[in-house]
Ligand binder design. Structure first.
Ligand code: GDP
Ligand code: MG
Length: 163
């Protein structure tokens, strides 16, 4: 029971880094290797006296593009079923990829609120480049660095407002 937030996005965008930051304990495995988080991770986070469940999705298989895409669709579908809010994480360091476009298409059809989280906005240059993510067509867009934590306050304010 309770309010649940799921972090979805293609591998290596920083989902587990944010998850760990939200939980302030290392429950997920963060690694440089794409898709190292084998299964979904569940945790509880607090912000401004409100607590909520967080799901870190992962466990993407390596295989053909078809298999990969199918797996991502599955993960997003599970997250859509289990969560009240979806955090769709993208990576400002790489810019918009085909997989981002693909996931955006699925997520735009979600009946649940979707917050687009543009991660790895570590400096002002990245911020300028990151504005391209507005083109994905989401109303609520947040720019942050999971690594430093900058921007996470605005995101969390928006999350708990939906509780
Ligand atoms: P996941 O596959 O989406 O769960 O991504 P991870 O959380 O495992 O992170 C993938 C890589 O991106 C790791 O090397 C992280 O240290 C790095 N990373 C995560 N957040 C940031 C960030 O805000 N800035 C930068 N520069 N790197 C980040
Ligand atoms: Mg991960």
């Amino acid at each position: 029971a309770g309010f649940t937030v799921a972090i979805v996005g293609r591998p290596n965008v920083g989902k587990s880094t944010l998850f760990n930051r939200l939980l302030e304990q290392r429950k997920a495995i963060v690694d440089d290797v794409s898709g190292v988080t084998r299964d979904r991770q569940y945790g509880v986070a607090d912000w401004n006296g409100k607590s909520f469940n967080v799901i870190d999705t992962g466990g993407f298989v390596h295989g053909s593009d078809d298999v990969f895409e199918r797996e991502i669709r599955k993960q997003v579908k599970i997250a859509m079923d289990e969560a009240n809010v979806l955090l769709f994480m993208c990576d400002a360091a790489t810019g918009i990829t085909d997989l981002d476009d693909n996931m955006a298409e699925i997520l735009r059809r979600s009946s649940k609120p979707v917050l687009l989280v543009v991660n790895k906005v570590d400096n002002n240059n990245r911020m300028l480049e990151a504005t391209e993510f507005y083109s994905l067509g989401f109303e609520r867009v947040f720019f942050m660095s999971s690594m430093s934590g900058s921007g996470s306050g605005e995101l969390l304010d928006a999350v708990v407002e939906l509780i």
